[in-house]
Design a protein around this ligand. Structure first.
Ligand SMILES: [Zn+2]
Length: 720
């Protein structure tokens, strides 16, 4: 009996393709294979094997089974589930799942080892080299350095036959976690939460807990105890800790390393391809038992995933907006269900979705009381900018400057928080009023003084700041409008010339190592004033930080999307929560033009429940998440008339389903990007509706012309 293998290919193709299984290959689901696609051989993953043959048209055979680990059943099922959920091709999540498998293998290293043969001639220098070579595998250059001799000595010993050069591929060494280590002392509230999580993680079976505790309440210690319990209970168990940003991974990796005496696997876009491959293979083989990573770590080939932690679960960075569009927090819960694992969602300011699930009893709700140790919550004050505005052309108001001066005089640290990169968000010509925008795109160019360039944060376009207005030709007429972190840094330096001032944003901190360096230098008290975007608002402990100044607390409220108030509350609560840990009382000052706004009042009163209640009531009234569900369709094309025609046809094709409302098409707020016009539909559905199925049915009814792209965004976070 011949058999057919369905093969998923990591490309945006609508379904798996069938191939004939060659005799004796004995394929199984999850196997990585090479299959012909057009003129090429391409890597794919077997999703199904069944008896049969291709009927009238003979199927092409699978070319080869690759010598790479198969995707475990849970990973394969998760990839297919994720594609259905996101209404996208299964090849899209598969491409993420294979990112490590497709990375090049680590290059072999040249190392020098003693052969055992005696050199013809012995000198003290040669003796030192032979002794060092016996100690460790080193490259010729490192060996010479270790022995403190010139490289000629090593070369001579190789020529003499006393040393030989070997090519070695470093094994992925993931030291097993030391499970005999004692965890830290927990306070009663932490201990109770840890017991509940340990039970969840060791009993097996799918369950979700919301670990809810203010900044500094010690959530990390609690979930690491659950990790220890899961790893101890089952020698094959694996644990995944997801973080919203690369900048945060280093701090958590340090905590994991300290707790278990071994570094976890690290997974994010800054890891070089050979390193990615090492982690991928070690996870697939079960040799790597703890992974700390960004959202795509969710697609790693875990063999026995017992616990998934989503730290800072409310963070909107878990939403992937480009390519395969998904919300990693929601997918983590789905993966937990498939793997029958425990899922912990941790946050000081949980998302309304998770709070709703906890209130309704779908998630176990574990609340941590107060701050760990003796730390106290900071006093939060609002600065009404209508009453005490900054001087013309300045951004820090007199009360904030006075508080900074007191803090600096006491030798303590200030964090100035502004969630806006660059120097100025807008550059305009004072002669003709022209606003500088990116070519063919409706977004303003942001001035960056460090690089002297104008940058489009949306498309990445950049150009040197011109000396004359490109529109009217006026010289020296371009003025910078509004503040970014670089401009606030400039002001802080001018106000406090003796202070050590630094900036933390994705433009000044390029990678995880640089982020760690800056965080360590802040923690060591080597910085007096740190000006930061949201990258620094999360997760770090700065013992000497006692003042947080929020430069523009209203910034997020002007976004005008569904989660604007929620996001602002979360961001500001996290930012102000940075002040005054350990034994030093902290202060947080928020500059605002709208002190009466519910978000500002809730922050001032430190009354999260009041904010959540008000926001939930509004969402429930409108049937918006978490009380209803949303999806967006973004259609784009360079021909405006063709796009209009297609969108009209798409509107007519929308299935009529009770509990579903379709709005649009409307011009997207960001109507033009890279020369392509954009239009949007918004779909609102009652909670009980299978929104993915509805969107898939709708999508199947229309055939966009080749020049038009249609993207579906389930549970959109961006409405641009
Ligand atoms: Zn001009």
């Amino acid at each position: 009996m011949s058999r057919i293998a369905s093969v998923l290919i990591p490309m945006p193709l609508p379904e798996a393709f069938d191939y004939a299984e060659p005799d004796g290959m004995a394929l199984a689901p999850g196997d990585q294979v090479a299959v012909p696609l057009g003129p090429r051989l391409i890597r794919g993953v077997v999703s199904e094997v069944r008896d049969g043959h291709g009927g009238n048209r003979p199927l092409k055979p699978v070319a080869e089974r690759l010598d790479d680990p198969p995707l475990p059943p849970g990973t394969l099922e998760f990839v297919q589930w994720a594609a259905r959920y996101a209404v996208d091709a299964p090849g899209q999540p598969l491409a993420i799942a294979l990112r490590g498998a497709r990375a090049p293998k680590p290059r072999p290293q040249r190392v020098v080892r003693p052969t055992g043969a005696q050199p013809a001639r012995t000198t003290p220098a040669r003796a030192k080299v032979l002794a060092a070579a016996a100690e460790a595998d080193l490259s010729p250059a490192d060996l010479a350095r270790a022995a403190g001799v010139s490289s000629g000595v090593v070369k001579g010993l190789v020529e003499d036959g006393a040393l030989a050069i070997h090519e070695v591929v470093a094994e992925a060494a993931f030291a097993p976690p030391d499970l005999t280590r004692q965890g830290p002392d927990l306070n009663p509230s932490q201990a109770a939460a840890a017991e509940a999580l340990k039970a969840m993680a060791t009993e097996g079976g799918f369950a979700v807990a919301l670990l809810d505790g203010v900044t500094g309440s010690g959530k990390t210690e609690v979930y690491l105890e659950a990790a220890a319990a899961a790893l101890t209970a089952d020698p094959d168990a694996q644990v995944l800790i997801l973080l919203p940003e690369i900048a945060l991974t280093q701090a958590v990796i340090a905590r994991v390393t300290q707790r278990f005496g071994a570094a976890p696997g690290e997974w994010h876009s800054d890891i070089a391809p050979p390193g990615r491959r090492r982690v991928w293979e070690a996870v697939a083989a079960g040799r790597c038992r703890i992974v700390v990573g960004a959202r795509s770590a969710l697609f790693l080939p875990f063999r026995k995933l017992r616990l998934i932690v989503v730290d800072e679960e409310h963070d909107s960075s878990f939403k992937q907006e480009e390519g395969f569009i998904y919300q990693a927090r929601d997918l983590a819960v789905a993966r937990g269900k498939i793997e029958e694992a425990a899922v912990v969602l941790a946050s000081a300011t949980p998302s309304l979705e998770s709070l709703r699930n906890a209130e309704a009893g779908r998630y176990r709700w574990l609340r941590l009381a107060g701050r760990h140790g003796t730390a106290r919550l900071p006093d939060i004050e609002l600065i009404d900018l209508r009453e005490t505005p900054p001087e013309q052309g300045r951004w820090l108001s007199p009360p904030l400057v006075a508080a900074m001066a007191e803090t600096f005089a006491r030798g303590e640290q200030t964090l100035l928080f502004l969630n806006r990169r660059g120097y100025a968000p807008l550059v305009l010509c004072k002669a003709c009023g022209e606003r500088m925008t990116a070519p063919d795109t409706d977004s303003w160019l942001v001035e960056h003084r460090y690089t002297g360039r104008l940058v489009c944060h949306l498309t990445g376009f950049s150009m040197p700041k011109p000396a004359a207005c490109p529109h009217c030709g006026a010289k020296d007429s371009l003025v910078s409008i509004g503040p970014g972190v670089e401009r606030v840094e400039e002001e802080a330096r001018a106000l406090f010339p003796e202070a050590r001032v630094a900036v933390f944003s994705s433009d000044t901190v390029f990678d995880a190592r640089e982020a760690r360096r800056l965080v360590e230098s802040m923690a060591a008290g080597e910085i007096d004033i740190l000006v930061a975007t949201q990258a620094a608002a999360k997760g770090h402990n700065f013992p000497k930080l006692t003042l947080v100044g929020v430069v523009d607390a209203d910034l997020g409220l002007r976004g005008g999307d569904l989660r604007a108030a929620e996001r602002t509350y979360q961001l500001l609560a996290q930012a102000t929560g940075r002040a005054g840990r350990r034994d030093r009382p902290g202060r947080a000052l928020l500059q605002t033009y709208a002190p009466e706004h519910a978000v500002m009042q809730a922050l001032k009163a430190q009354d999260r429940d009041a904010f959540v209640d008000a926001e939930m009531a509004e969402r429930e009234l409108a049937g918006l998440p978490p009380f209803g569900r949303l999806a967006a369709v973004i259609a784009s094309g360079s021909d405006a008339a063709q796009l209009d025609d297609f969108c009209r046809a798409m509107a007519q094709a929308a299935p009529n389903t009770p509990g579903v409302e379709v709005y649009g098409p409307a011009d997207a707020p960001l109507g033009l990007v890279r020369g392509r016009r954009r239009k949007r539909f918004l779909v609102r559905a009652d909670r009980g509706v299978d929104l993915s199925a509805y969107m898939a049915a709708w999508r199947a009814r229309v055939r966009p012309p080749g020049a038009i792209r249609v993207a579906i965004d389930i549970d959109p976070y961006s409405f641009l």
